[in-house]
Design a binder for this molecule. Structure first.
Ligand code: NDP
Length: 277
């Protein structure tokens, strides 16, 4: 989706994937900086590790405690820090890394766009308290969800997230466990569902899908996870995580280029790449 967008924007840039051992992340970031890469995206487990390795953290990264986008910036002759896109070919050797998080906004954008879900005053059951689950929980709490039920295989992690919400977003009641009444949204942020024969990511003795108006799965491959299939049969509105992937990428591209992302070009390229259609 990035290379399709770069072609559309007429930029002679390339988006490439590199497999980096977490033990060498610091060196990889330093190498990218020295080679004057415009920026980087980071994925699991680098998003948390990179927090300690970045010169300047944008509020988006500081607030959610994870970096998924780095923009390199160079000191201009006038003294201020400028993006490589703004500097063109005259990039000095004095370069800093600037860390952002585009995942949190992407979840909310995708929930609006794909499920017509608006968080204010809603009740949400969130499954998972790993990297994606934690950011989703904090962002939903900050966006006005009134009751947030948190369930995770390792309960202590859900308790830690509930504790952070209680401290930072007191308007949201965060409860570890299943809701007793109907909810507006069930959001799966566990990795259960990546395999077609995975079990459902919640305890069916404690919760029934017909109690949820909408179900979102952050997993996008397979397009319909066992959870989304069951939710569709139960009559829920459903969406998978492709929209989240699209929007975190589009926002990262805007951070690097300073230009509006060609969203429809990116959406088409992403669908073709992930689903072949
Ligand atoms: P983490 O490894 O940080 O977290 C994994 C989560 O899944 C934890 O809550 C973990 O529970 C739970 N889990 C894993 N295996 C099981 C199991 N067998 N039974 C019950 N729970 C389980 O990963 P991320 O949070 O980064 O990613 C989670 C999912 O989100 C992945 O499927 C990933 O592909 C997807 N994702 C999608 C994105 C998108 O753009 N659409 C972006 C980022 C992630 P425990 O804490 O007990 O280990």
């Amino acid at each position: 989706m990035h290379n399709a967008a770069l072609a559309q924007l007429g930029l002679n840039w390339r988006y490439l994937a590199f497999d980096v051992d977490p033990a060498h992340l610091r060196e990889a970031i330093a190498g990218a900086r020295r080679m004057k890469f415009v920026g980087l995206n980071l994925t699991v487990p680098h998003k948390l590790l990179a927090m300690e390795m970045i010169d300047l953290l944008d509020e988006s990264a500081a607030k959610w405690g994870a970096v998924n986008t780095i923009r390199f910036e160079a000191r201009a002759e006038t003294g201020e820090w400028r993006t490589f896109a703004a500097l063109g070919d005259s990039i000095s050797e004095e370069i800093r890394s600037h860390g952002f998080n585009t995942d949190a906004d992407a979840i909310i954008r995708s929930l609006h766009e794909d499920l017509a879900f608006h968080p204010v005053g809603t009740k949400v059951l969130l499954l998972g308290a790993g990297g994606a689950g934690r950011v989703a929980a904090l962002k939903l709490a900050s966006e006005g969800v009134s009751e947030l039920y948190l369930v995770n295989r390792t309960q202590s992690k859900a308790e830690a997230v509930a504790g952070q919400i209680a401290k930072r977003f007191s308007n949201c009641r965060a409860v570890v466990g299943y809701p007793k009444s109907s909810i507006d949204l069930l959001l799966n942020a566990t990795s259960l569902g990546l395999k077609v024969d995975d079990s459902l990511p919640f305890d069916q003795d404690q919760f029934a899908l017909r109690s949820a108006s909408a179900v979102y799965d952050v997993i996008y491959r397979p397009a319909e996870t066992p959870l989304l299939g069951a939710a569709r049969v139960a009559g829920c509105r459903t969406a998978n995580g492709l929209g989240m992937l699209l929007h975190q990428g589009a926002q990262a591209l805007e951070i690097w280029t300073g230009k509006p992302a060609p969203l429809e070009v990116m959406r088409r390229a992403l669908r073709k790449n992930v689903y072949g259609t």
